[in-house]
Design a binder for this molecule. Structure first.
Ligand code: C2E
Ligand code: CA
Ligand code: CA
Length: 472
């Protein structure tokens, strides 16, 4: 074998160098979009920060993402979702100056690094411009596809962050921007970091509560508005943590939904609520709150069967409370589960009516038997006269559809009277009874039973007013 010439060695070196560059490009760029991947972005931003510190140059990271990809991918296929992502990536690449960096963070979010900004306004203007750009429709075959963009901005104005922290902060701001339902953008602020820490603590507390049995149920009574008789109780979950103290379900249920822990929690609530309610007089119902995520698990029906069977509790005494957000999911899948629950004998209740879209079409598309009018709506009756008129319309509509109505959050006698006079079927709220622990449920039942007996003995002309004198 002859030794390679100097030229050949040089050529070999050149080829190896090209190959190395290719490999380098391959491992630092996303295959679908050709954009940098997270680790590559962090390295470059770190380098920039190290070099830029001396010059006092301020910089910013914008996390920008879109909502709507799962909807598109679900309807038209994952390849169309991928097409949309690459189209959006191309738009971003063309729109940012060449000294900026851009990376694909997650399936549907990107990070843009602005190495030189004069102030916060400049970063905000860029973020808004990019949002507008991604909001533009995308053509696909003969369709027009749309997504909804949001952006979070983190600034390095004090020159005190590192690359990972800056990207993390932009992520927190992005999350806030998607939650707000506001203008679609948000700046990082330290309160977001505290909120994220609290979410983390609550997430751990939920995990621990499942393992160590810290959950309990409270029961809030509801009454027949005309007769004042106890009609049933709503099971409301409680979490008392040894170090964090009482955590409201309004706080930990969304966290449990995010992490998937809601599946176990939901199954536990079902078993526990049926166990307790099985000891009540047979005319009393138990209402149970269901999260939308429980309908995605595939085992909701078997969880319900299991809970009913364990306590020999009849399905007709169980009310399933769902909110409008449940109906926003896969309509066919939700509808078939609700129909199966209805066929089993359960009642289906639309909770929080008057807070969401209040789309009336849900009322006949899904097998509801009852509407529960939200507390905020009841409270608005006191201050806004037109809400009283709306309440009457809802009650008439429900009657025409054969639905019963519960008004929740009743705190004053005036509210209770007004609802009773307009033939609302049931009332629930602090006026008639706060949620109580299992140990106090028997007392609630006995007190109401005694009140009903007194009403029976009262002269008939006193009857209409008597039920509203709740004594606990
Ligand atoms: P929700 O289903 O709308 O329950 C009513 C909430 O209003 C309860 O809060 C109840 O204590 C409170 N409330 C009742 N009457 C009054 C009143 O007159 N005035 C005022 N100011 N408040 C009243 P809670 O127990 O903190 O529950 C909050 C939410 O957490 C519930 O709202 C429900 O969405 C959710 N939740 C509670 N338990 C469960 C559960 O077991 N599973 C699921 N998925 N969600 C649950
Ligand atoms: Ca409820
Ligand atoms: Ca409610």
């Amino acid at each position: 074998m002859t030794e390679p010439s100097g030229n050949e060695i040089a050529e070999l070196r050149r080829k190896i160098s090209v190959l190395e560059q290719d490999v380098q490009h391959l491992v630092s760029h996303d295959q679908l979009t050709g954009l940098l991947i997270r680790s590559a972005l962090l390295k470059r931003v770190e380098r920039h920060l190290a070099e830029g510190r001396a010059s006092g140059q301020q910089c910013a990271v914008i996390e920008i993402g879109v909502r709507g990809i799962p909807r598109i991918a679900g309807a038209l296929g994952r390849h169309v979702g991928d097409y949309v992502i690459s189209a959006l990536a191309a738009r971003l690449s063309n729109a940012i100056p060449s000294d900026c960096l851009i990376c694909r963070l997650d399936y549907w979010s990107f990070a843009v690094f602005l190495p030189r900004i004069s102030d916060a306004l400049e970063a905000l203007t860029t973020a808004k411009r990019l949002i507008e750009l991604l909001d533009q429709p995308i053509d696909w075959v003969e369709r027009t596809l749309t997504v909804e963009a949001a952006a979070g901005v983190a600034l390095d104005t004090k020159l005190d962050t590192d690359a990972a922290l800056l990207v993390h902060r932009a992520g927190l701001a992005y999350k806030a921007a998607t939650e707000k339902g506001g203008p679609g953008y948000a700046f990082f602020n330290p309160a977001l970091e505290q909120a994220a820490k609290r979410r983390q603590d609550v997430q751990l507390a939920v995990h621990e509560a499942l393992e160590k049995h810290y959950f309990s149920l409270a029961f809030q009574p509801y009454f027949n508005a005309a007769s004042g008789e106890l009609a049933g109780m709503e099971a409301l979950i409680r979490l008392n943590h040894p170090t964090l103290g009482f955590i409201s379900p309004a706080e930990f249920i969304p966290v449990a939904e995010e992490t998937g822990a809601i599946q176990k929690i939901g199954a536990w609530v079902l078993v526990e609520a049926c166990r307790v309610a099985a000891n009540w007089p047979p005319h009393l119902l138990v209402s149970i709150n269901f999260s939308p995520e429980q309908f995605m698990s595939g085992h909701l029906l078997s969880d319900v069967h299991n809970a009913l069977e364990l306590s020999s509790f009849p399905a007709y005494r169980m009310e399933v409370e769902i909110t409008e957000s449940t109906m926003l999911g896969d309509t066919e899948m939700i509808s078939s589960q609700l129909t199966a629950l209805r066929e089993l004998g359960c009642q289906i209740v639309m909770d929080d009516f008057g807070t969401g879209y209040s789309s009336l079409s849900y009322l006949w598309k899904f097998p509801f038997s009852k509407l529960k009018i939200d507390r905020s709506f009841v409270q608005a009756m006191d201050t806004k006269p037109q809400v009283k008129g709306m309440m009457r319309t809802i009650l008439d509509l429900a009657r025409n559809l054969g639905l019963k109505v519960t008004a929740e959050g009743i705190e004053t006698v005036e509210q209770a009277k007004m609802l009773r006079d307009h033939h609302c079927d049931f009332i629930q709220g602090y006026l008639c009874g706060k949620p109580v622990p299992e140990a106090d449920v028997a007392a609630v039942i006995m007190t109401r039973f005694a009140a009903s007996l007194r009403n029976m003995q009262a002269p008939p002309e006193e009857l209409p007013a008597a039920p509203l004198r709740f004594e606990f």
